[in-house]
Write a protein that binds this ligand. Structure first.
Ligand SMILES: Cc1ncc(COP(=O)(O)O)c(C=O)c1O
Length: 459
């Protein structure tokens, strides 16, 4: 049993088999409330990097009310729930408007991963129509592994380009990997590790020159970076204004401030989008048509994403984005004060940093100390580093000051413990110990492994 992933065995009944009779709703609700209150507390204090993007309790309460009206509704059944079709069309139209699409053309998906896998399928099919049977896609090493997953699922060769010392795609490397079987390029705006924006303009020019496609992974960054121009920040153009950009993913469940389980995938034109539709005309169950990977989808998540966008409006998003840009700049200043630390690349919202070689300090020892103060940063590798992806809860007054104080202590801690192996390491989506990483990943991937062991029957 993994206590850190299942801390409840002592407090609540462990359900190991299907209960014969149900428990009272009030009892179940109080259990839920007790767990969620404890689990949410670090984000309320602004100590979490990424993950919780809005953190506005009133906003969440409103979205949950909206969700409740449609949680049971299946978007697949468009005739029953025309409101879901309205929400979906309007979410796509609003996102297309924000990202300067020539026409509102896209699909809603369950999240960033699906919004990255679908375009890979589309570009494979696009290549197939041109006689390319062994397609490859070129992306920088910093692009998100959901693309590796998609390439693995769909039989596409992924070619990984080097990045510059600013952690953005090295165009010389990208060019050297492109050949006649390349169906698409990928760039991030911004990347998960460093929040960096790849040179999308140069990738676009290359895509146009080669007559191939370019997907921009804006899953993390699109809904925050898009406000930068209006706020006077020098965010480079990364959207459909660049002629080579053929698709963009933008997650409503991150800086779109919706509930988890929604993302927008935009295509430049309907010919491309058509390639992701899937139809089985002669099935015994009737003509089957499907726009993406999911079958049934909850109308609740879609309604909530729509409600987030229309209640906040441009003004609401701009106000929050202004706070996030400001906080990220403050964070960078706090880091740059220390000669022992070095920011990696440049980001408007996601600040990555490590220790300098001269300092001889282990960044993960610093992270151990910060973790002991309930800060939850994300560990990176190649090089070892951490990032702090700024979200709305981090913009509260006092958060950066508290972080600055703990960071100074963390440097002292790392200095005092030089040579001691750090507990934390580079692990995506979790603050776990190196020991846990080295023990194999089954405990993380398989939730049943966290359950307490079965009681042995008496001999
Ligand atoms: C740049 C980028 N792309 C894609 C994803 C994957 O998104 P999801 O976790 O919603 O599948 C993430 C997640 O953080 C990301 O940062």
């Amino acid at each position: 049993m993994n206590v850190s992933l299942y801390p409840y065995a002592e407090r609540f009944p462990v359900v190991r088999s299907f209960p014969q009779s149900g428990r009272p709703r009030e009892a179940v609700l109080s259990e839920i409330e007790a767990m969620s209150e404890v689990e949410d507390s670090p984000y309320h204090e602004g100590r979490i990097s990424g993950s919780i993007y809005s953190g506005d309790e009133a906003h969440y309460a409103f979205l949950n009310e909206v969700f409740g009206h449609y949680s049971h509704a299946n978007v697949l059944q468009r005739d029953m729930y025309p409101s879901a079709t309205r929400f979906e069309g309007e979410i796509i139209a609003m996102t297309a408007d924000l990202l300067h699409s020539p026409e509102p053309c896209g699909v809603l998906t369950s999240g960033g991963t699906e919004s990255l896998m679908n375009p890979l399928l589309v570009y494979r099919e696009w290549g197939r129509a041109r006689g390319i049977t062994q397609p490859n896609v070129v992306m920088p090493v910093t692009a998100h592994p959901a693309l590796d997953k998609g390439a693995h699922y769909f039989g596409i060769e992924l070619r990984k380009a080097a990045v510059t010392d600013q952690f953005v795609a090295d165009m010389g490397s990208v060019r050297s990997l492109v050949d006649d079987n390349t169906v698409a390029l990928v760039g991030s705006a911004g990347s998960y590790p460093h929040g960096a924006i790849d040179p999308i303009d140069e990738l676009s020019a290359l895509a146009v020159e080669r007559g191939i496609n370019l997907h921009v992974d804006g899953c993390l960054g699109a809904f925050i970076l898009a406000w930068g121009e209006d706020l006077g920040h020098p965010v480079p153009v990364f959207d459909f204004r660049l002629p080579g950009v053929t698709s963009i993913s933008a997650d409503t469940h991150k800086y779109g401030f919706g509930l988890k389980g929604s993302s927008v995938l935009l295509y430049r034109n309907t010919d491309l989008r058509r390639l992701q539709y899937f139809i089985v005309p002669d099935w015994t169950g009737g003509l089957y048509t499907s726009p993406g990977m999911s079958g049934s989808r909850s109308g609740g998540v879609i309604a909530a994403a729509w409600a987030a966008m229309v209640t906040l409006g441009r003004e609401g998003y701009l106000a929050i984005a202004a706070d996030i840009f400001r906080t990220a700049a403050e964070l960078r200043n706090v880091i740059e004060v220390h000669t022992e630390l070095r920011p990696l690349g440049h980001s408007f919202f996601n600040v990555a940093f490590t220790t300098t070689d001269e300092s001889g300090l282990d960044i993960f020892l610093l992270n151990d100390f910060l973790a002991s103060r309930r800060w939850r940063l994300n560990g990176l590798q190649r090089p070892s580093a951490v990032h702090f992806c700024v979200t709305r809860p981090n913009t509260q007054p006092g958060v950066i000051e508290r972080f600055a104080a703990d960071l100074a202590l963390a440097i002292e801690f790392a200095r005092e413990n030089v040579g001691t192996p750090a507990k934390s390491g580079a692990f995506y989506a979790g603050n776990v110990t190196r020991e846990q990483i080295e023990s194999g990943m089954a405990w993380w991937l398989d939730a049943t492994q966290a359950l307490p062991p079965l009681q042995q029957p008496p001999a």
